[in-house]
Design a protein around this ligand. Structure first.
Ligand code: SAM
Length: 453
């Protein structure tokens, strides 16, 4: 084994989790990508894979709570890697009941010896054993309810305050708790190639337990296995996608033969869904600002056997300079957003996003929407979506958009199951993670005034 390999994976799950946590912290690496790369590169087996995933995500998810618990036991400054080791170990002791606490402590001490020296190992041992004896401090001591919620659910206080102000305490508390629960694996059936029943049978034949969602008919929930390793995936019968991300193509409801534009398309999750809804008949132009991401769209369309999609590297803020005016039947703007709805999958978002980051997004989104209007045919539908939960970003963009564009009207969303439609408000639908166990997501529908298509 090379020296580099030993640093990340030496067969020890806790060591690997620690390396990933450190890389996420130091290099602002994305936890989901790094975890995936580590698993693929070192071909980590199923048992270690699930423990590694659980420990890495769990520790990150609960970071602020773990820090609150550790606070009274740490004297002076400790190195970053030691702090992460303590968090990782305490996570196991507090949240992973199947791991005996003394085993977590012993492992931590061994890692501290290997990575540091006997002195650090003794300190780690002392801190963790004191916690075992005394227990962690109660959050009941925190007077301010918003601060307490922030600590208990490990979300930054500015965000908790912002959400409480927008959605109220109860809804926010439910969302914060849901954000710490790992998401169910969901896939979308490529309806141009297979039925839901055929895919279920294929998955079952490989020992994957799955069932059709009672929300989106083309969605399947997996209870075990890894979707990307199944025959159904390799044959292009399914796409791995969160159920909320299946909303925009349904709301857009593009018909076979239409000319459709997807302005922020990479990696193509929604482009391919739209193509499937169109029965692979018509045309879709899938654009993205970043040329290198277009390859991902091409890979996905090739795997799924969808040939009506063309890709182009275009800045959506200038799209109307390159495309024929009023020439598209339907346009999707799945905008670059703050991503606050996907914390279950990307817990690092909780700690890296800053409040000021949120403000600039509306300007970009409005500029892309403005170009969408110019290339949309009269009577055509425009759908705006984000994977975020933020009133100012979502509803705020919609308000600013409709007041700047009298030629656009809000449109009632119709093409969704009743329980989703019941949640819409004035052509807008905000899904919270706790609603259906899917990602936090926002979708809004508009029609350009003029003749009907
Ligand atoms: C939410 S993601 C899109 C996900 C995609 N629709 C899917 O379902 O797979 C937003 C995308 O917008 C792209 N983007 C960011 N700024 C853009 C711009 N000015 N014009 C076009 N695309 C942009 C990003 O590269 C990113 O791929």
């Amino acid at each position: 084994m090379s020296k580099k390999k030993q640093q990340i994976w030496n067969g020890n799950v806790r060591d690997a989790a620690l390396s990933i946590l450190l890389a996420v912290d130091k290099n602002q690496a994305y936890s989901n990508l790094l975890l995936h790369q580590t698993i693929e590169k070192y071909k980590i087996d199923a048992k270690d894979r699930s423990l590694l995933t659980e420990m890495t995500y769990g520790t990150l998810q609960h970071k602020l709570t773990l820090d609150y618990y550790l606070e009274p036991f740490i004297r002076g400054k400790v190195d970053l890697w030691v702090r992460w080791l303590l968090r990782l170990s305490l996570y196991q002791m507090e949240y992973l009941t199947r791991i005996p606490a003394h085993a977590a402590v012993n492992e931590a001490v061994e890692i501290a010896k290997r990575r540091g020296h006997q002195g650090i190992a003794s300190m780690v041992n002392g801190i963790l054993r004191s916690i075992l004896r005394q227990g962690v401090p109660s959050t009941a001591a925190i007077q301010n309810p918003v601060e307490r919620l922030s600590v208990e659910t490990s979300h930054p206080q500015w965000l908790v305050e912002r959400w409480v102000e927008s959605y109220g305490f109860e809804e926010t508390a439910a969302m914060l708790h849901e954000n710490n629960i790992p998401p169910v694996q969901t896939v979308r059936v490529n309806t141009t190639r297979a039925t839901v029943e055929e895919v279920l049978a294929s998955l079952e034949a490989e020992g994957v337990k799955a069932q059709q969602s009672d929300m989106m008919p083309e969605c399947i929930h997996l209870t075990n296995g890894t979707a990307a390793r199944t025959t159904a995936f390799k044959k292009g019968l399914i796409t791995i996608q969160d159920e909320s991300s299946m909303l925009p193509a349904n709301v857009l409801n593009a018909q076979p033969g239409m000319k459709v534009l997807d302005m922020c398309a990479a990696p193509g999750g929604k482009t391919t869904h739209i193509a499937e809804k169109m029965a692979n008949e018509g045309s879709i132009l899938a654009m993205d600002l970043h040329p290198h991401k277009l390859d991902l769209i091409d890979e996905n369309t090739a795997r799924l056997g969808l040939d009506i999609v063309q890709t182009a590297p275009v800045d959506g803020r200038k799209a109307a300079e390159f495309l024929a005016k009023e020439s598209y039947d339907a346009v999707l703007v799945d905008a670059p957003c703050s991503g606050l709805g996907v914390m279950r999958r990307k817990p690092d978002i909780k700690y890296t996003k800053r409040e000021e980051d949120l403000e600039s997004l509306q300007t970009i989104q409005l500029a892309i929407l403005d170009n969408a209007v110019q290339v949309l045919k009269p009577g055509g539908r425009l759908v705006y979506s984000t994977c975020t939960v933020d009133k100012r970003e979502n509803e705020g963009t919609v308000e600013a958009f409709v007041s700047a564009h009298p030629e656009m009207e809000r449109e009632e969303i119709t093409n969704l199951p009743e329980k989703l439609l019941a949640k819409q408000n004035n052509g807008m639908l905000q899904v919270f993670p706790q609603d259906f166990g899917s990602d936090g997501f926002f979708v809004a529908s508009f029609r350009k005034k003029g003749e009907t298509i």
